[in-house]
Design a protein around this ligand. Structure first.
Ligand code: FES
Length: 322
């Protein structure tokens, strides 16, 4: 087997085993309210991505989905390292990373900063290399022992062993997991569900506010009103340029808005109402909305992208300028 394929196998195999085991070892991954809870991640993956319908379905059984993903990653990783069913494992790896590309890292710009696109292509390159090696070998050796379509008893036994080891690793990792910590995330409310919020700049008379019903001084889209956005709270909205975004009213009454796309790999951050911090559910990055969304923890040092919003004090409207 060429060294190019061996290198790909080693890197992808080790990475997938590590990623799967890490999920079982993470006390927050399976715990609702945990910093990187799989349910929160799936909800974020379902926001404005091509894989949203699939993510919504999986979101009905988040823990089961998390366990399945971790087991698949371990099985694919072990199979790749051991050289068992490599074409199948590389195609499964390609499917996993392509799905993550279309969901978890979909909001990463430019696209090549999201690791899943690179992993998906690495799996594809590995699959193509394996097919070429098999073709070349088939051309050199003609005989009954050379076949790539069927599965021998020996291969079946080795595959079963891999599956058993994957399950055993998962169970062992889960048993070793540390006690859960408490970093619950506050949900991002949808401004369209708030009865007090206005959904357009037309100045609806149905809004229960004492402010006069006049057109806002700043032309643009009314995201919500100060009445509907208490101090210390956050609401989600979609910015036409930036995509999923979050609007917050800080303790000093300042209203700020940021992109929800984490500057690490593009997962959508959520708002922790107890600590007033924006938290990424994927790898734990934290951003301080009171300080230009500066990164204060996790694997990135880049702040979230800031979005300009204007508060029209006479009406209380919070406006996204046109
Ligand atoms: S995507 Fe990795 S910390 Fe946010």
């Amino acid at each position: 087997m060429p060294w190019s394929i061996r290198i790909l196998r080693a890197f992808l195999g080790i990475t997938f085993v590590f990623a799967g085991a890490q999920k079982f070892l993470d006390p927050n991954f399976f715990r609702a309210g945990g910093g990187d809870y799989i349910g929160t991640q799936l909800a974020g993956f379902a926001t404005g991505t091509p894989a949203a319908p699939l993510m919504r379905v999986l979101g009905h059984a988040p823990v089961l989905t998390g366990v399945a993903i971790a087991l698949v990653e371990i099985a694919v990783g072990l199979g790749t390292l051991a050289g068992i069913g490599m074409l199948a494992t590389s195609l499964v790896g390609f499917a996993v990373n392509t799905t993550l590309w279309l969901s978890a890292t979909w909001h990463t710009h430019p696209y090549f900063l999201g690791s899943d696109s690179i992993y998906a292509l690495a799996w594809l390159a590995l699959a193509a290399g394996i097919v070429e090696v098999e073709r070349a070998r088939r051309g050199r050796v003609a005989g009954p022992i050379e076949r790539i379509d069927g599965i021998s008893r020996r291969e079946f036994a080795r595959g079963s062993l891999i599956a058993a080891v994957a399950v055993a690793l998962g169970v062992a990792s889960k048993a070793l997991a540390a006690p859960a910590s408490s970093t619950g995330l506050g949900a991002l409310a949808d401004p369209t569900r708030r009865s007090a919020a206005r959904s357009s700049a037309s100045g609806s008379s149905a809004t229960p506010t004492t402010a006069p019903s006049v057109a806002p001084a700043t032309p643009g889209r009314v995201l919500t009103t100060l009445d509907a956005l208490p101090v210390g709270r956050a609401v989600g909205f979609t910015d036409p340029q930036v995509g999923p975004a979050v609007l917050l009213r800080l303790a000093n009454d300042q209203v700020v808005a940021y992109s929800r796309a984490c500057t690490h790999e593009g997962c959508l951050v959520g708002y922790d109402q107890s600590s007033h911090i924006l938290v990424c559910p994927c790898h734990g990055a934290e951003f301080d909305p009171a300080h230009q969304a500066a990164a204060i923890a996790g694997p990135t040092r880049t702040p979230l992208e800031s979005i300009k919003v204007v508060v029209d004090r006479p009406t209380g409207d919070v406006i996204l300028p046109a």
